[in-house]
Design a binder for this molecule. Sequence first.
Ligand code: DP6
Length: 339
Amino acid sequence: MKVVTVVAPVNIAVIKYWGKRDEELILPINDSISGTLSTDHMCAKTTIQASPLFQENRFWLNGKPQDFDNPRLNNCLKEVKRRAKPSCPILNWKLSICSENNFPTAAGLASSAAGYACLVSALAQLYEIDGDISSIARRGSGSACRSVYGGWVQWVKGESPTGEDSLAVQLAPASHWPEMRVIILVVSNETKKYSSTSGMKTSVETSQLLPYRAKEIVPKQVERMKRAIADKDFEAFARITMEDSNSFHAMCLDTFPPCVYMNDISHAIVDVVHTYNQLKSSNKVSYTFDAGPNACLYLLESEVEEFLSVINYVFPPRSGSIQDEYIKGSKVKQLPIQE
Ligand code: DP6
């Protein structure tokens, strides 16, 4: 028997991926950029056992048995096996895959990104493959390709119709900007109404804003964001992050029927951030929302204490609330960026 266990982090996009040009290969219509969080708090953990004695392949997610015939899982497995050496002794052994997330799954907190990055890293170790694995993780979930690297990561959309140039590249390690922090405000841990996969498909089919965002807005914002990260210019970084989140959710609302991910509490958080920044006469905190109501706030370490006191004042935690349960003691998560 051979056993591998891997832990992989969540990433939070500051320039969002939304829309595929190829559904099967998971090729995006635009580049995206994210920060990869430390694995201390939010991560996926996958253990894979391979044995010649197993009769069938099995897969559990958060303790529940899953169908192994999942096409995305099989695409990743097929690609890893294709890259394994023909002499690899375990190529025909059956697998037992056990994955878990230590945070709400499918609640718009990048669970599939961490999950597939973890699965593919574990498979790569198991079958001893070398080289870039982000293009394999991409086949599991697009955003997963960015979780393969730490620090600041760009998913380059690529031009090839077969996808070999659609992969993640590290723009800078976390040590480049060690003062950066992320606070996650868990507004709801319920599963989102429409998955990212189906939401973005409907957006590609119906949103009139989507082609403009992909061709005109995002390429310019990607260049500005790369400069902001390289220069550690937080003011610019924060502005671009918030602009992109707003542009992304505008496109979601422009989808027909609309994908409504943010709720009243999300919008209240946006107001608090803007009021805070206005009082400080500068962008000290930035928000970004994925396909769910939960807020991801990027800010520098020097701002954390003061901003948290504002959040605790405006949103006093209720006993038994998600924050109490989920974050065990500290009401919100304050996370560094992962190397
Ligand atoms: C809003 O990577 O979950 O989080 O490729 O269909 O699995 P699939 O979608 P997924 O979409 C993530 C969308 C997002 C933005 C982002 O992370 O860039």
